[in-house]
Design a protein around this ligand. Sequence first.
Ligand code: 4NP
Length: 166
Amino acid sequence: MQIKASAPSSVLLVCLGNICRSPTAEEIFRQQAAIAGLDIKVDSAGTGDWHIGHAPDVRSQRHAKSHCYNISKLVARQVDDEDFRKFDLILAMDGQNLADLQALKNSIKDTSDKPLAKLALFTEEDPTYGGDDVPDPYKGNGDDFEDVIERIESSAQAWIESWKAM
Ligand code: 4NP
């Protein structure tokens, strides 16, 4: 399969806490990229610092497991300046995450030749959920955690498809 030149070599998925949406997205994105034969480094982080060092929320782990995604070994961390140098593309789970990431990017003094990571909303390429937030399930119920998985599967697939030749 021919791969478009625009496929990034590294993608960082970002939400608020890095314990619900973005670790789920990290595993789903990694699996979908591997299935598509794309060699992409995938990681996740949060804009907030409350959960640094924590495993994903047990509800996220449970719902992910029921869809055959194992996120139990992932460890939360906070996004930082270096991520904008290390990654080609940073995808935000919602509009607030995107605004926070944009503010962080704007504050970085870029001294290297390599451009800072491109920023986008995670749903941007998705024909079904395009432009929507992946809603924060933290204070929600089981249906909200299921909804997160469905939206992430859909939007991850849309990015992967956008990088494959027609
Ligand atoms: P996430 O969900 O951003 O999808 O990881 C949240 C997790 C924790 C909090 C908020 C959202 N919190 O306020 O602690």
